[in-house]
Design a protein around this ligand. Structure first.
Ligand code: CMP
Length: 140
């Protein structure tokens, strides 16, 4: 039996939506050959922020991150493809947009380490957890 195609949970963050970069970001993933399996625009509430960023809630940068992530609509996306988790992480670039390489999404469009346009699962374990949180009805 072939192994099922890998999936990643991507959030196109409120700054990207506000700046009209949703199409640009999604187009890059599509052009790469990744598949958009599900997509939903919604506004994160405080409880979902605490669950999604469970690893970060105690960090000093978390309160302003939570404020930012709940500040307006974002787009949650399920992407699939061969090694999609690593592929997407390399396409979005380093967390800090000022340091992210040119050619990456953050490197091309972000100047902040908080308002950095895109979140993507960083491991199969976090993908599983995040996909269950954002798309509980999706058969995994
Ligand atoms: P993300 O990939 O969504 O994962 C955690 C988020 O926290 C990260 O992107 C940034 O938006 C934010 N973040 C990480 N490190 C810092 C930092 N040092 N200062 C501010 N925000 C940060």
């Amino acid at each position: 039996m072939p192994s099922p195609t890998e999936r990643s949970l991507v959030l196109v963050k409120p700054d990207a939506v506000r700046r009209g970069l949703l199409g640009e970001v999604l187009a890059r993933f599509e052009r790469k050959g990744l598949v958009i399996e599900a997509l939903e625009m919604r506004t994160m509430d405080a409880a979902l922020a605490d669950q999604h960023y469970a690893d970060h809630v105690e960090k000093p940068f978390y309160p302003p991150l939570k404020q930012f992530m709940t500040s307006g609509p974002l787009v949650a996306v399920v992407l699939s493809g061969d090694e999609v988790i690593d592929v997407v992480r390399s396409m979005i670039g380093a967390t800090d947009g000022r340091k992210a390489a040119a050619g990456t999404i953050r490197g091309d469009f972000a100047l902040s380490n908080r308002e950095n346009l895109v979140h993507a699962s960083d491991s199969p374990e976090s993908a599983k957890r995040e996909l269950a949180l954002w798309f509980p009805d999706l058969a995994l």
